[in-house]
Design a protein around this ligand. Structure first.
Ligand code: MG
Length: 249
């Protein structure tokens, strides 16, 4: 179901979103060779726990065990933090975090390099950031959901990278996942009609090689089918009277 939000609801999502942004900034700073993904998860957990009436959104969601999704290199999304998953110089790590506060969810993700990124890694991350920005620009009243995906896809295509099709963005609010689905591909002027008050998680996953993905035996970790790199950037965005409002900055 689609729920349009009032200004006071958007403000609550924004409050959760500020904590999400703070968590991403903290763990992003911690990303260094020798750090385990479990240490990142613990730090995120501690920060979220320091806010009253606040909890990690993913922990327990469908049985997911952790606060963060930590997805390294060919891992696209939903990687589970582990003590023995140590970051090495030259890795990329995508970190996704959601927060639930005062009845509302916010959700965001970013990819970080471990040590100095290669030229190709910079190109891939920069492409995904620009694809996210292009998608967010389309999150306006009277556009359609296809406008978002088309804008994301256009940026990726230009760089000869591919967008993951099996996983999509989503509405967000009192539920972590609400309608409409927000694919990272689409046809302009097609799909669900966007209206003021809609809040969406826009989250392009951009692959270096094929768009195809598969899920590992842990039933969570999604990886690229060809083992090449994948990156992920996400913001929670509201449609305000003057266009898109990023709530996870
Ligand atoms: Mg999301």
């Amino acid at each position: 179901m689609v729920f349009l939000k009032t200004r006071s609801e958007i403000n609550k999502i924004s409050e959760a979103g500020k904590i999400v942004a703070e968590v991403l900034a903290l763990v992003g700073e911690m990303v260094k060779p020798g750090v385990s993904t479990f240490e990142l998860d613990q730090a995120a957990d501690k920060l979220i726990g320091s806010y009253p009436n606040c909890r990690a959104a993913f922990k327990g969601y469908g049985g997911f065990p952790s606060t963060l999704c930590t997805s390294v290199n060919e891992e696209v999304v939903h990687g589970i933090p582990r003590n023995d998953r140590i970051l090495n110089r030259g890795d990329l790590i995508s970190i996704d975090v959601g927060v639930f506060r005062k009845g509302y969810f916010a959700d965001a993700a970013a990819t970080f390099s471990v040590g100095k990124p290669t030229g190709q890694q910079i190109r891939l991350m920069d492409c995904a950031r620009r694809a996210l920005a292009a998608g967010i620009e389309q999150v306006v009243d009277n556009n359609r959901v296809g406008d978002i995906g088309a804008a994301v896809q256009k940026v990726a295509r230009k760089e000869n990278f591919s967008v993951v099709r099996d996983l999509v963005g989503h509405g967000i609010g009192q539920n972590l996942h609400e309608d409409p689905q927000v694919p990272n591909f689409g046809t302009p002027r097609r799909g669900y009609l966007l209206k003021e008050g809609l809040v969406l998680a826009v989250e392009p996953m951009i692959n270096e090689g094929t768009h195809e993905v598969r899920t590992l035996a842990d039933n969570w970790t999604v990886v690229t089918a060809d083992g090449k790199l994948s990156v992920h950037f996400e913001h929670t965005v509201a449609i305000g009277p003057n266009g898109p409002e990023i709530l996870t900055n």
